[in-house]
Unconditional design. Structure first.
Length: 367
């Protein structure tokens, strides 16, 4: 079994700065876990502590049932794929992939068999005689992954492995790694700052900020039920739109007042929003939950907002509209058929059943 467990794990480089702060994380056997967050959030440091490449300042790490705090990296039965591939330039692809096995004095015939099997899986058998300088970025990444596969480790660790690839190759390799996980049925912990990679690859996502684990859940839960404003804004492309305003009550109905517009809350939100009457909150709405009124057959008048269309950005199958209320700018994601005129006013409809509210001070989710 290859569960990985982090219990109150911290990493401190200086007296007052914790790069990783009391992280508790359980990775199940055969799970694809993604650690995601902005640069400097502590995700790579967390991965390196699991690998044994960084010492733990506090807490415990278990791989299976074994506590590995003091176990050297080479004895943890893990394989790590780095951002920069870390291939030996003077060795062929075969020699790079077999290097770890030769160090362990694995029989020659078994080495050949393992390397050929991994090369078949990754489609790089024809490259076994080449050196890294003769390979493209995608091919080098495949070799780095192949070097990890041949070791047959308990756990695979990936540290931003696609960062150096172009956009098309990133999509292709993302799919390949996902297929590889299904085929090998092994435990993978994958670090990235790219929320698209996180959403498409992970069984669960651990979102980090400033060394602290913000939320741990499956991708859809993270997207639909973010724990706080940071998670809501980090996960999603385009990111969630935020506006600041006050909660008001008129004739038994509750409203969000941005000062330039007012929209009515759905009744299901009243109980949770009641303590915020007369107070400022953050209002959040995703771009796909904003519609051009021209294409909505029945729009409640309380949900219609008058805006100015500042930028029209065609994306092929859809269009991004950059809209301004006079106080806030936000993005709507609409169909390709929608072509409003730039620098002219238009009406949009907010789907108020899908909006989010966050506490102004703590930025925690209210509803």
């Amino acid at each position: 079994m290859a569960q990985v467990s982090l219990r109150e794990v911290s990493k401190t480089y200086t007296k007052n700065v914790k790069v990783v702060d009391r992280v508790n994380l359980g990775v199940e056997n055969k799970e694809f876990m993604v650690l995601v967050g902005p640069s400097g959030c502590g995700k790579s440091t967390t991965l390196r502590m699991i690998a044994g490449l960084e010492e733990i300042s506090e807490g415990d790490i278990y791989i299976g049932d074994k506590k590995v705090n003091d176990v050297p990296a080479k004895d943890r039965d893990i394989a790590m794929v780095f951002q920069n591939y870390a291939l030996y330039p003077h060795m062929t692809v075969f020699e790079n992939m077999s290097f770890g096995l030769r160090l362990k004095h694995i029989p020659k015939q078994e080495i050949i068999q393992r390397v050929n099997e991994a090369a078949d899986i990754l489609g790089i058998k024809r490259l076994l005689g080449r050196k890294p300088k003769e390979l493209s970025g995608g091919e080098r990444q495949r070799v780095a992954v192949g070097r990890a596969i041949v070791r047959k480790p308990l756990v695979f660790l990936f540290d931003e492995p696609l960062s150096n690839l172009d956009a098309k190759m990133r999509v292709q390799m993302r799919t390949e790694i996902h297929k590889l996980h299904i085929r090998l049925q092994t435990t993978i912990i994958y670090v990235t700052h790219d929320q698209v990679e996180a959403m498409t690859m992970g069984d669960r996502i651990a979102v980090m900020k400033d060394g602290v684990l913000q939320q741990l859940a499956d991708p859809i839960t993270i997207y639909d039920q973010p724990k706080n404003k940071f998670v809501a804004g980090f996960i999603g492309s385009p990111p969630m739109n935020f506006m600041k305003g006050a909660i008001l009550k008129k004739n038994g109905k509750m409203y969000f007042d941005e000062s330039k517009f007012t929209v009515k809350l759905v009744e299901d939100m009243h109980a949770k929003m009641a303590p915020y009457l007369g107070k400022e909150v953050f209002f959040g709405i995703r771009s796909e939950d904003i519609y051009d009124k021209l294409f909505v057959s029945e729009a409640p008048p309380e949900n219609i907002v008058r805006v100015n269309c500042e930028v029209y950005e065609p994306m092929g199958s859809e269009v991004y509209l950059y809209l301004n209320t006079g106080k806030h700018t936000f993005i709507a994601r609409v169909g390709a058929h929608d072509k409003p005129k730039v620098n002219q006013d238009m009406d949009v409809v907010f789907d108020m059943s899908k909006v989010h509210f966050f506490d102004k001070d703590t930025e925690e989710t209210i509803v």
